[in-house]
Design a protein around this ligand. Sequence first.
Ligand code: NAI
Length: 339
Amino acid sequence: MFARSAARSLATPARNFSSSAARQSKVTVLGAGGGIGQPLSLLLKLNPYVTELSLYDIRGAPGVAADVSHVDTKSEVHGYPADKLDQALEGTDVVVIPAGVPRKPGMTRDDLFNTNASIVRDLAAAIARVAPKAKVLVISNPVNSTVPIVSAVFEKAGVYDPAHIFGVTTLDVVRAQRFLAGVAGTDPKDTPVTVVGGHSGATIVPLLSQTPHGKGVTGEVYKKLVHRIQFGGDEVVQAKDGAGSATLSMAYAGARFTGDLLRAINGEKGVVTPTFVKSPLFADQGIDFFSSNVELGPNGVAKIHPLGQLSKEEEELLAACLPELKKNIEKGKKFVQQS
Ligand code: NAI
């Protein structure tokens, strides 16, 4: 499922869903001038389901828009400076948010909370006001808290539809696929992995036992692989040595998830991918946001899949994930309550 969708969702519609049959989709990127925003905007320009691409940032978006607009695909591109947020959002169907500060070496994603929480809250308030029916895809970290923040802002504004708000955890899936393929000696496209939980360290839970290539991985190799999937982002942060975190692989992952959603919005059935959403799976434990496989549809979330059978090791990973995830979610909710 993921293997097929991976390559396709960036640029090419599925068979029987030609771009000429696609409905109009305006996609807005908030934070389009940044390390993720720029390559993400480029990749979205290549997606035939995107008819209008609206690029906003407090710095540099008109320049990025002028540049990307010369790429020879059909969509119209518009760039908006800091004081034109409402115009950027008008009539938009999908909003992707990579606005905010990235990590530096030694930082956790939670260390970004103080800066990014208010950026995301204020952007969410504008979306709730100008484009309340838009699907909102949150990339800004800490995703475990920023998705509850966007949801709480929409709730406060009286326009909350849980089916419309997504935390983009696709980079964890991309890494799991790539790293498992390296261990198993396979092609990543034939090595899909479901990753559940949240999007930070111990909250990232790869379900390797559910894949043909993953279930044979045991012992030290298994432990190292899980650690690399959970903390792969640190490799990039360290290698960039203060210049930021993953931007190019994240742009790919963001474009892949946006592409999946656009295919589903345009009527394709059976588009299933992990994403962090309002979820009933652990709500009885006070954890009402969770990432698991989600079937996407024209209205966003169509069906939340259960986790399926877990190995003993995965049960342990999940037990470590849940308390941390709960704290992250509560922190986000509290922030909006106190705002
Ligand atoms: P960056 O610093 O290169 O770019 C961020 C952009 O956001 C800048 O252009 C900045 O001007 C803009 N910005 C700041 N405040 C804004 C506002 N109020 N409205 C609009 N734009 C605003 O950072 P980068 O590397 O692009 O990362 C962005 C975010 O994505 C960070 O929070 C980072 O932690 C997160 N991230 C998430 C990942 C995921 O898997 N979900 C993976 C990697 C990064």
